[in-house]
Each structure stands twice: as C-alpha cells, then as structure tokens.
Design a protein around this ligand. Sequence first.
Ligand code: PMP
Length: 413
Amino acid sequence: MSPFTRMADRGFDLEDRLATLEEDDLKRALSPVDRVAERGYFAAPSGGDLPVLDAAEALVFASNNYLGLTDDQRVQDAARQAAATVGTGAGASRLVTGDTLVHRDLERLLAETKDTERALTFSSGYAANVGTITALEPDVIFSDELNHASIVDGCRLADADAVVYDHCDAASLRAKLAERAERAAREGREPADESWLIVTDSVFSMDGTVAPLEGICDAAEEFGAWVMVDEAHATGLYANGGGVVQAEGVEDRVQIQMGTLSKALASQGGYVAGSAELIECLCNDARSFVFSTGLAPPAAAAASEALHVARHSDARERLWENVAHLRDGFESMGFEVWGDSQILPVVVGDRQDALALADGLRERDVVVPAIRPPTVPDGTSRLRVVPMATHDRDDIVTCFEAFRAAGEAVGLL
Ligand code: PMP
C-alpha cells in the first residue's frame, strides 16, 4: 500500500475522488512521458523543429503562443543573454535582493505600451490577479460569470461580497450595480462608503468573446466603481500591442490593466499596469509580489524582446489574416464557430464527439485538444482552434483537410 493510499484512508479519499472523475469521464492526466517526448512540438509553431526532442511532424492549432515568438531567435537570444549576464534566477523577492535592471526595463516598456504611469511584474498572471484583487480589499466585486479561475480565486481570497453578472453583458452588470446601490441606500449607507471593483477578462479564453469595455466603463462611472481588465489573451495582439483596453480607447477609464507574459509574449510571468499610486500599493500589499521571488531574469528579458517584436513587426497582421481565413473555412464547411477574437471555438456539443474529433485530428497530425466539462458547460464541448502568426497557407489547408476528414468520420459533417 502506498503512503498516498494511507492518506486516503484518513479521510482524504483520493482513490474515491479519482474513481468518480473516471466514471464521469472527467479525469485529466498528463500524457505518458514517451508521448510528451514524441510531441515536443507543443510550444513551437508549425511542425516545430525542436532539436532536443525527436519531434513528430504535427501542426499545433491550440497554443497561446499566438505570435509564435517562443521560437524567435531574437527572443531566445535575449533570454540567453540575461541568463549569462544577470543570472538564471532572481534569487529573492524584488523587495529584498531580487530587483534587476531587466525587470525595470520590462516594466517601463509595459507601462509605455499600455500608456500608464507604471507597471509591476509578478511571477505569473495567476499571482498578479490573486495578489492585486486581495491587496485592493474591495468591499464588493462585480465579476463576469466566465472570468478566469485566477480572478475567481482572487475574489474568494479577498473576502469581499462577490456579485456575478451575465457573460459580456453590460446591461446585466448595470442592473447588479443598481441593485447593490439600492440595498446600500435602504441600509442607510452612502455608495461612497464602499469600494466597488468590476473585474473582467478582455478576451475570454474558452469562448473567444471580447468584453464590452465601453459599456462596462459607462456602468462603472455611473456607480463610482473601479474597473480591472485581464488582458492575458490580448496583450501583444490588439491595438499597438497594449490590448483591448487600448483598441477600445478606454485607457483613461480603466484603473487596473493586468496581463500575462506567458501567451503572445512567449515567456512566463504576469503584470499589472496603472497609476504610480496603484503600483506603490501593490509593492506593499500584494502578498504574491512581496513574498514571492522576482521573475527569473531570462523570462523578463524574453518578454521585453517579445513585446518589442510584437509592436514593431508584421506578426500581428499575419495572425489576424490567419484568424479570418480559418473562421471563413470552418463556417463554409458547416461547423459552428463562436467568438470574435483570435480564439476560434469550434462547437461540437457532446463531449464524446469532441474527444473523437480531437483524436481524429491527432491521427492526421493536427493537434487541437477537446475542451469539455467542467471547463465548459455540459452540451458545449468544443475544439478551441487557435492559429499562430507563423502558420502559413499550407498549414491552414492541412488543418481544413484534417477537420473535414475527421468531422465526416465522427458524423459531424
Ligand atoms: N488570466 C487569464 C484570462 C488566463 O487565461 C490566464 C492563463 N490561462 C491567466 C490569467 C493566468 O496567467 P498565467 O498563466 O501567467 O498564470
């Protein structure tokens, strides 16, 4: 009997939990290591040529490496140079001895791109969300029903009243704000006695939808709330790379812009951009910043270089061309495609059909994993197709051919 089984006997019930997940068809697992070695392409663009691994020839249409920059020579050189000159790790929290010029350069570039006074990096986007929301200590948080788990966890830890509004629905948000204002008035409190925070993803990763930021800012201003926008899936892609906040021209109406360095910026880490005062407060009160080691210098340097490339090359343009081409192709094949961003959820419905379609694509050397409950609601299982800037026309034709053949084999077309 393993020590873990003994733990289960003491009330942890790990075996039962795993068995239930298995029965419900919900069990997830990392792939066996030989499969991981075979598909070392996961972070690489089309048919990634990874010398260290015996990479299979397969096309990945599912990565958040939207601009294909994990593979870019300039980005890799920046990481290498930082490792050689600054070191592979920060060695301590930024407030102790972990602060370096590499961090400062990245934060300056982020603030300049986002058009804010300052920016601050965290060890992940998850840590940025949890640390920021808890540091603000809002009395009430208004949160989109499909916000990312790190926002949900931030809301839980902040111990605020959480009010969930309908997905991407500014009218639903406004109604919830009005309800709360009426309640405060009934209880004899002024709205200004409470701090209210509205928080939303800008691009939603599983539905590909884009938050109606103007309507959200209108509602926020009417009720004196602050707005925090998670630009994890938009940083480096929208407007000049700043995100949807910038594309919508609401920079002056959004108090907190947060994002990750791990998607279009091809690295690892998270950031918050906003006023100098906000950043000063986070340096003091965001526990995931204060009590966590600074970003590894190679990660910070890679993100800086990737942001520079994203802003000053044609990579964004190539990505958006691929997005338009893929959406048209899927729709003319008869698939239902949701969203209005670079994320193209091809909706299948049944979870078994989604798994069968993903397997059929894999057999044809195209990788698009199925997304199923509990990540998405029952009956809306889907394949989340994501092109990269580095896919060429032949890659896209291969993707279409695989979808057609696998879709017919599963009986979806
Ligand atoms: N917010 C959103 C919307 C995300 O999709 C993610 C990553 N999946 C995060 C935050 C967390 O970012 P990170 O991976 O850098 O922790």
